[in-house]
Design a protein around this ligand. Sequence first.
Ligand code: PEP
Length: 248
Amino acid sequence: MPQNLLALNWKMNKTPSQAISWAKELLAGLPQTSAELAIMAPAIDLQGLGWELKDSPVKLGAQDLSPHESGAYTGEISAAMLKDVGASYAVVGHSERRAYHAESSQIVAAKAASAIAGGLIPIICVGEALDVRERGEQVAFTLDQLRDSLSQVPVLGAGEIVIAYEPVWAIGTGKTATAQDASEMADAIRSALVGLYREYADGVRILYGGSVKPENIAELCAQPNINGALVGGASLDVASVVGMARAL
Ligand code: PEP
């Protein structure tokens, strides 16, 4: 069983100085936990956080990265730049980027490949919208999105990826998938990964995301194929993060 990952997606919150104060507060009260903690911070916060967290067990990640290695791509940030400031992870294909930045699964696949090539672990997000679930097509939809988003991920990189199942209707809405629904999808994702990567599939962590909080994280992460959570709203508050870490 891979170690649980508690990935904190701050989205567009916390200035660099707020980020440092938050990290100091967390480190002062870091709980005992079996999970790995990682902060997915805004790009501009990463360098300061990298210094602050460098001797701690808390890892860092970006919320996005460029699919390109370097060059004339104004405004973009490469895997090498993220690695240089201490990032270990990069979220790719978050539903907010798919929706507001028109990111297709092909772009997500290129970003995942770019992360791996640059020594980062991509956290590849997939998940259905409400209308898809209402039609009962959530598994087929999510697995198609998964396969397309992995289309450029090399076989030997499979132990080096994380998948986050985030039903879009559960993100930031207070509605959580039931542990049973989340578990069914995680099982389907694991089977698809076995088809793609065979023996490497068991090492891939599958996270659940969507209104996770201290009260529901233990039940969700107790499911056999759920290896942690990607958390938005509840990641902004140190006390909630401590509560979630303790529950794992
Ligand atoms: C997310 O944005 O990845 C997320 C899961 O958000 P929330 O926890 O707020 O639903």
